[in-house]
Design a protein around this ligand. Structure first.
Ligand code: MD3
Ligand code: FE
Length: 213
């Protein structure tokens, strides 16, 4: 049936060896996830960090878990404390931990136990330039990313910055998992377009689960 190719049911989409998108995987628990985001942000507010080169990031960030990813003039690192409040990051909510482990398992990475969750908040106009995630101790560990709210165009590059990236639409509830041979792929997010999402209003949130240490 031709219609079968045009449905909106959840499905798994392989991007490359080690990289997979689980469409809609987080949707059944979206409101629980967004409540947990709000709780984390109450203790550790979203902020626009500064890159080592002195640029203010357009994406607002916070963290939960034993370690949080931070950047300032001195560089990028994982820090057990929030530099703004000088207190430990909020604990990782069980609903986060369980979802990340289930998604990693489904993608072929059983036993994933993240110790860090970076929460990115995009308003229209925000973007994330092409980069590799390489501040973690063990590249044998995968990364799990959960998209919530407004849709975004994800940029999937190659193993060098100069490779022209593929453009992939990520929508509310989609989860991407990448590890193994895809772990150090260059990637980014194109400028977010205006919109109003029923669950998140004018924002896109992305939760990135990592094993930092
Ligand atoms: C990489 N976040 O925080 S993760 C980051 O949507 C970051 O906020 C982005 O990159 C965000 O470091 C993107 C999404 C993602 C999805 C699939 C991938 C990254 C990927 C597949 C391969 C490599
Ligand atoms: Fe990244």
């Amino acid at each position: 049936m031709p219609g079968d190719f045009f449905d909106d049911q959840p499905h798994d989409q392989s991007l490359a060896p080690g990289a997979i998108i689980l469409s809609g995987f987080a949707r059944p628990i979206d409101s629980g996830l967004l409540t947990a985001v709000a709780e984390v942000a109450e203790a550790a507010p979203f902020r626009n960090m500064t890159t080592p080169g002195g640029w203010r990031m357009s994406v607002a960030m916070t963290n939960c878990g034993e370690a949080g990813w931070v950047t300032d003039r001195s560089g990028y690192r994982y820090d057990p404390r929030d530099p703004e409040t000088k207190t430990p990051w909020p604990a990782m909510p069980a609903v986060f931990r369980d979802l990340a482990a289930r998604a990693a398992d489904r993608a072929g990475f059983p036993g994933f136990q993240p110790d860090a969750c970076l929460i990115n908040r995009y308003a229209p106009g925000a973007k994330l330039s092409l980069h590799q995630d390489k501040d973690e101790a063990d590249f044998g560990q995968p990364i799990v990313s959960v998209s919530l709210g407004l849709p975004a165009t994800f940029l999937w590059g190659g193993t060098t910055r100069s490779e022209r990236p593929r453009r992939i639409r990520l929508t509310h509830g989609d989860i991407a998992v990448w590890g193994g041979p895809a772990r150090l792929t260059f990637h980014g997010v194109d400028t977010l377009r205006d919109g109003d999402h029923p669950a998140t209003g004018p924002f896109r949130y992305n939760l990135t689960f990592r094993r930092a240490r």
